[in-house]
Design a protein around this ligand. Sequence first.
Ligand code: GDG
Length: 468
Amino acid sequence: MTRAELVVVANRLPVDRDDDGGWRPSPGGLVAALEPVMRRADGAWVGWPGRADMEVEPFDFDGVRLVPVTLSAQDVAEYYEGFSNDTIWPLYHDVIAAPRYRREWWNSYVQVNKRFADAAVAVAAKNATVWVQDYQLQLVPQLIRERRPDLTIGYFHHIPFPAYGLFSQLPWRRQVLEGLLGADVIGFQRTADAGNFARAVRRQLRYETRASGIRVPRAEGSSRVALAKAFPISIDAASYVELAQREDIKARAREIREELGNPEKILLGVDRLDYTKGIRHRMKAFGELLSEDRLDVERATLVQVASPSRERVAAYVQLRDEIELMVGRVNGTYDTMEHTAIRYLHQAFPREEMVALYLAADVMLVTALRDGMNLVAKEYVACRTDNRGVLLLSEFTGAADELGTAIRVNPHDIEGLKDAIMRAVDMPSAEQSRRMRAMRKKVQEHDVQAWSRDFLDALAHAGKAAAS
Ligand code: GDG
């Protein structure tokens, strides 16, 4: 087996299993960003194929070697749904939901992280670069370094890193910090996340930090420097522009407006159905605007795509019930035969339909209570080639650091949110255009290709420094 010069390690492989036993690419920005580099570098991608107990040999797909890691049904329940999505996810999103600390989940997380590290080590060429992705694999950097000190190791954290007062709840906080510090470069979405991480390292491990550098002691008494800094992720902007300019997709956007009964304004929310996304807050604000007659259903419809997510985790089951109760109440009260208040879609759509929705939407509502970045905000902006449309953006998203001309909101402040929605609905087109232009420039200049280039450059630099 030839070994790879670049190895990506992520919870999921970038493919999904077809019903007829074949594989199809799972669309995603990460794949789009890494595919060209992976091809050039003789790359390999280590990850779970997405179904429990599936044993598959490594195979080539579109010029990239895929290395499947098998997870049993129990691994999925404990490592993935348990520790990753019911402990780390809520803890790192400022305990919006209560994290559950279960020792058997932690044990499973350790075991599964070892398996991912083993697979990465087996496929990596001498002196290769390994890039680990996200919170499911926080122990992998150190596990790889212990076995293969020749490798250059990067880690990117897609979700927030919480303040120390919250992080310190984690019974295994020390192991997690040590796991991450196995990397040469640890990337975060926001500068604030990198700062929280450095503070946790100082408080918990007493290591010295200077600017973005963290001095990590080695067993024999010497030390090395790990870099912890922000590399805000982005989208494959060109591919969204291309879709947004397709005549059939533009026609579909017009058709959507008609199917909704030609409301004057279409408001849109697009999220995985997740308690971090603030879906209830935006529905509450919208419902109150209807009840106070500041809006009516002829004037405005809210389309909410809530794609199914983590349906076996209790907090998600409960959230779905709450949202559906709310939609039923609002629609029951305000719908007419021709118009609906909230068109709620608990479904996943193809990308073309998402882009048609972005084109149809006059106002995009991103009201997350906490979000690492929020790519939906960037996708909406990229699609608005006419420079029209208004983005309402929560200040608790990473995207808020970059999209300075969005209407900034604190989703906890329902009155403020209502006023911001009204401002968006009433915004003159010249102001829309001024704001949108500035945001589009940002997203086009800093796309996901720039993101991966920046990260891999920093990693190459770190690798050279360590070798000299
Ligand atoms: C995590 C972090 C960070 C959603 N529904 C459908 C669909 N989507 C697509 C969106 C977007 C993606 O899924 C969601 O990305 P977000 O960034 O908004 O949120 P998370 O899933 O929570 O992602 C986040 C991200 O990682 C990257 O680092 O930004 O903060 O939480 O691309 O368009 N796509 C299709 N159908 C749907 O129904 N095709």
